[in-house]
Design a protein around this ligand. Structure first.
Ligand code: BGC
Length: 738
């Protein structure tokens, strides 16, 4: 029997479909509408989600729309999701000429969001604090399992932007400030999402350079030199493409005066040609239109569409109208866009649908080659066909574990923690009784702020602590005050803020807690740092808890009571002041103090953090041996042992940094080069052998090439620094991104 490869089968199916499609059907596939565009209500308060059969048929049968996204401002049950998507698929399959199913996309940013009976996980920034690749991959897998049940096979996740500006309202969606951790965890998540039979197409976003505006505000202009774009912002996307990410969403903003949606150099020359990305490039929300209405590089909608198509876009999240496809037909008919250009996008979109298991039955309909191997069984995954599963203990357990591993203990004066399990606690602060503050955005609703949207089964921090401790009402009765502060969730434009200071009423709550004279334990629930303005000096312990999700309370309780030692480490630099921001990979000039000296330690006038990137305390102690560093022709081997010298089992996250002492472009003081996570029993030792590729020592030159210059370097690990020398090595053009 002749064996047909999966790729050949995909191509055969899509080529066959393409050859039978009209121009209008093709541009319809390139159009994505939001649910509101085909619904009865318009998402006003109290509106139930109900499809409008006239609008639905118009979108599918007349306008040939190929994809939908989103949800109303309310979560739905799994059954509602399946019924909704089943209804759309039914019309798409049986009433459209070619019967091509639609692909429904959703932002399952930290678990299968917008679904009442699914499990949510900590936000990405928290996952960054776990430094745990295996955990992130597992979360990707479990999210895929739940999305499959809903019939939403396209996930607009992971965010591969860098969290380098703490004012940015999407900081919590990033895995942290550093390109290496974002690359590593982002690619693990994609693997998890796309690797199982439950294949869910990932969407790496937002390509490229999003969130770096000097204003800190969402979608405001950014200035990024090509060299920096390649050094910092490109690697996570390169890695995502290397592991086969199915789609990429474009950054809504502009870089150096050019909106990314109209940037041929970024979308075609860089992304398609240089990075060899052959998946679907989708716009962000209404962003083609915004080339005209906001960015004003196009004088009308038609020119905006032409610019985006010329730049390399495959699909437009329009999301309310089909003007995109109507005007695109006109552009082709007038000869301004070729039909071949349209075909290349539609082929990629159909390939994506095939990967999601949506075209297998089409193939069976038309099939002369019905028996051809597809490299996996056809799954026929229409919304109303998926086998039923319920939220499992495994998923809840995973979410709990992720929450525990993501909480960072920043300060523990006199080892006040862990607490005696009989300790009586007074609980203060708005986050103690808020489900919204511990979840953050993209939860059951977009902004995540509506307390009523959270399912009854979830516990607040107060409810969870009550199960391990005696939670008292009066300060005279308590042994310690736990103050749960933070921020009310918000994201994107609604999340723009003017300053990083903690809200005044919350500062008052902390001050009142300090006045009780009892030990104060500050727990900080927010998807970024907020300024504590030195108040930490007057409290005993401080946690950055982030937004750990549904098991926040249980996780905090397990840590406070000492059942589990904290192990999280900051994936970002916690600034000392609300107006001076910097990252761990800052330059030496940043450190110059008032005496113009370059201090090794942080000085008053040089940059200094409240807590450094990678900081995080444990209840145990770990000792690192001096690293052995050996240079070979391919990599730098770093070997050392880590011993748990404390009294209790604990997890240790091992961070390895490198330092280039002198270079033709000012070198960073240090840069993250590797990380590992280990669970160690008391007294247990583990050997860590890392091979750092030369890339870890490389940088982008003025000629925009990735190079390594010979000279002196250091490895920094566990508070130790070991120097080594690279001789006669210059690896220009080592990786295809140069
Ligand atoms: C966000 C994207 C998101 C899209 C669809 C946009 O506003 O920037 O991250 O995927 O909406 O919800």
């Amino acid at each position: 029997m002749q064996v047909t490869t999966r790729q050949e089968t995909v191509s055969a199916v899509t080529d066959d479909l393409l050859s039978r499609m009209t121009l209008r059907e093709k541009v319809g596939q390139m159009t994505q509408l939001t649910l509101q565009a085909i619904s009865v209500g318009q998402n006003e308060k109290g509106d139930q989600v109900a499809l409008d059969s006239v609008k639905l048929r118009k979108a599918l049968v007349e306008d040939h729309v190929g994809s939908f996204l989103n949800v109303f401002n309310q979560a739905m049950s799994r059954e509602q999701w399946r019924a909704l998507i089943g209804e759309i698929q039914q019309v798409a399959r049986s009433e459209t000429r070619l019967g091509i199913p639609i692909l429904y996309g959703i932002d399952a940013v930290h678990g299968c969001g917008y679904t009442t009976d699914a499990t949510l996980y900590p936000q990405n920034l928290n996952l960054g604090a776990t430094w745990n690749r295996e955990l992130v991959r597992e979360i990707g897998r479990e999210t895929a399992r739940e999305l499959t049940q809903n019939g939403t096979f396209w996930n607009f996740s992971p965010v591969l932007d860098l969290g380098r500006h703490p004012m940015w309202s999407r900081f919590s969606e990033t895995f942290g400030e550093d390109p290496f951790i974002v690359s590593e965890l982002g690619s693990e998540y994609i693997r998890g999402l796309q690797e199982t039979e439950q294949y869910i197409a990932g969407c790496a976003k937002h390509f490229i350079g999003y969130g770096q505006a000097p204003t800190g505000r969402d979608r405001t202009p950014t200035f990024i030199p090509q060299r920096i774009l390649r050094q910092l912002y490109l690697p996570p996307f390169q890695e995502a493409i290397d592991v086969g990410v199915a789609s990429i969403m474009v950054n809504s903003g502009e870089i150096n005066g050019v909106p990314v949606h109209s940037n041929f150099a970024l979308l075609s020359t860089l992304l398609r040609e240089e990075l060899c990305f052959n998946g679907v490039i989708i716009s962000d929300w209404e962003d083609v239109q915004k080339l005209h209405t906001v960015h004003r590089v196009a004088s009308d909608s038609k020119q905006a569409i032409q610019m985006a198509i010329d730049a390399g876009l495959d699909m437009s999240m329009t999301p309310f109208t089909t003007e995109f496809s109507q005007l695109l037909v006109e552009l082709v008919e007038s000869g301004s866009v070729t039909e071949e250009r349209i075909d290349s996008s539609v082929r990629r979109i159909l390939d994506l649908k095939f990967k999601c298991g949506l075209l297998q039955e089409i193939k069976a309909h038309s099939a002369d080659d019905e028996e051809a191997g597809v490299g996996g069984k056809p799954v026929g995954r229409y919304g109303n066909r998926s086998p039923e599963i319920s939220r499992t203990e495994k998923q809840d357990e995973l979410s709990f574990r992720a929450a525990v591993e993501s909480i960072v203990l920043l300060q523990n004066k006199n080892d006040i923690l862990p607490l005696n399990p009989r300790a009586r606690l007074l609980l203060k602060g708005p986050a103690a009784d808020s489900l919204a503050m511990i979840h953050g955005a993209w939860s059951y609703t977009w902004q995540g702020a509506d307390e009523a949207a959270y399912p009854d089964r979830l516990q607040t921090v107060r409810m969870a602590l009550n199960q391990n401790f005696d939670v008292v009402d009066a300060e005279v009765d308590c042994d310690a005050v736990v103050v749960c502060i933070g921020e009310h969730p918000s994201v994107e434009k609604p999340g723009d803020i003017d300053e990083l200071n903690l809200a005044a009423d919350q500062q008052t709550i902390i001050a009142e807690a300090i006045e009780t004279g009892k030990p104060v334990i500050l727990v900080f629930f927010a998807g970024r740092p907020r300024m504590l303005s030195g108040i930490q000096e007057f409290v005993s312990a401080v946690f950055w808890a982030g937004q750990p999700g549904p098991f926040s309370g249980q996780a905090l309780s397990a840590i406070l009571s000492g059942q589990i030692s904290p192990s999280g480490r900051l994936p970002f630099t916690f600034p000392h002041s609300g107006s001076v921001f910097f990252t761990h990979d800052h330059k030496w000039a940043d450190k110059v103090g008032a005496d113009y000296g370059v201090a090794q330690e942080y000085s008053m006038n040089g940059v200094r953090p409240a807590w450094e990137f990678g900081h995080g305390l444990s209840y145990s102690r770990f000792q690192y041996s001096r690293p052995d560093v050996a240079v070979s022709s391919e990599s730098v081997s770093v070997s050392f042992s880590v011993t748990n010298t404390g009294q209790r089992a604990a997890r240790e996250n091992v961070l390895v940094f490198v330092r280039d002492h002198f270079a033709s472009i000012t070198p960073e003081v240090k840069r993250l080069a590797g990380f590992e996570t280990r669970w160690l029993d008391a007294g247990e030792s583990t050997k860590i052998d890392l091979k750092l590729p030369y890339e870890a020592l490389s940088f982008i030159s003025m000629a925009n090439e990735r190079i390594v210059e010979p000279g002196a370097f250091s490895v920094l690990v566990g508070g130790q620094e070991v120097e080594f020398v690279l001789t006669n090595i210059c690896l220009a053009s080592r990786r295809e991104i140069t």
